[in-house]
Design a protein around this ligand. Structure first.
Ligand code: NAI
Length: 297
């Protein structure tokens, strides 16, 4: 049984978007010094502001004291480049869902980090085996798939590719447990567990919209109020990001040799083409914010 990473070991997170900022928060809450890096100027600052706002909300509700909030934020430091991540024991990547970009980042990291550094990818659907291919130490790479919002949802899929060292997967599993999460081991297959099971849920919703059977608000209300789901499928796609959701579907569709059950949706492609990515862009199926011009969910 592998031990969890000690709380004094540095965790680096690459990508400060929807997932990366939340994952960085989870690691900082568990006591780790955390370095957060993003390739886009201002993204890390926005990510840390988002974490601060989330923590402020908990302070306001009396669920966290102000000193604990300050300690978490102090542990969360921006990094100016990948070279600043060299002393991390665990690096978690949460960048764009593109296998060649992820391979390039991990390739660069191998030259900067120690031989024992664990490299983890938060990919939703890409092959962990493929991301590790070409690395000098593919045995150190593992999937660590958090769910959105990372600070709230407990499930983490620990995905082993063909080359992943079982001891690495076990360490990440124990670390996720120590962070208050509920990890599950999964073998590397397209969509892993949750994204595979959930694909038809999104696909059938998008089919209904394409066939104009009912609108997004009606479908969501039905699934919430009669189906017992906490969020409707359209709300959920807006939360995940239409672009991220579409990429996952496309990856799973191709990985299963064009299986019609996973066919990407034209309705969703329209949203992505229009830049209506969901909450993060202010518009998706719904509008978010003051002058969104669309009903809110
Ligand atoms: P996002 O678009 O919100 O954030 C991605 C961030 O990565 C951006 O800030 C971008 O500037 C940065 N980035 C892109 N290329 C980079 C590079 N080469 N080096 C450093 N930073 C780079 O995306 P999101 O939603 O956070 O997704 C990130 C990863 O997490 C993807 O692999 C996605 O499939 C996965 N994921 C997403 C979930 C979701 O609900 N959005 C849930 C679970 C996993």
């Amino acid at each position: 049984m592998s031990k969890a990473l000690a709380a004094d070991r540095t965790v680096a997170v690459i990508g400060a978007g929807t997932m990366g900022a939340g994952i960085a928060q989870v690691a900082a809450q568990a006591g780790h010094p955390v370095r957060l890096f993003d390739a886009v100027d201002g993204a890390v600052a926005r990510g840390i502001e988002g974490v601060a706002a989330q923590l402020d909300g908990r302070v306001a509700k009396g669920k966290l004291d102000a000193a604990a909030r300050d300690a978490i934020l102090n542990r969360l430091q921006p990094a100016a480049s990948l070279a600043d991540l060299g002393d991390a024991s665990l690096v978690i990547e949460a960048i764009v869902e593109d296998v060649s970009v992820k391979q390039q980042v991990f390739g660069e990291l191998e030259g900067l980090c120690g031989a024992d550094t664990i490299l983890a990818t938060n990919t939703s659907s890409l092959s962990v085996t493929a991301i590790a291919a070409g690395l000098t130490r593919p045995q150190n790479l593992v999937g660590m798939h958090f769910f959105n919002p990372a600070p709230v949802l407990k499930l983490v899929e620990i995905v082993s590719g063909l080359a992943t060292n079982p001891a690495v997967a076990d360490t990440v599993f124990s670390t996720a447990e120590a962070w208050g999460k509920v990890p599950v081991h999964a073998r590397n297959t397209p969509g892993f567990i949750v994204n595979r099971v959930a694909r038809p849920f999104y696909a059938e919703t998008l089919n209904l919209l394409e066939q104009q059977v009912a609108d997004a608000a009606t479908l969501d209300a039905l699934m919430r109020e009669c189906g017992g789901f906490r969020m409707g499928p359209c709300q959920l796609m807006d939360l995940i990001g239409q672009d991220v959701n579409a990429r996952v579907t496309t990856t799973v569709f191709h990985a299963f040799h064009g299986d019609a059950r996973y066919r990407p949706s034209l309705v969703q492609r329209e949203l992505v083409d229009a830049g209506r990515l969901g909450r993060k862009s202010g518009l998706g199926f719904y509008g978010y914010g003051e002058d969104a011009g669309l009903p809110s969910p």
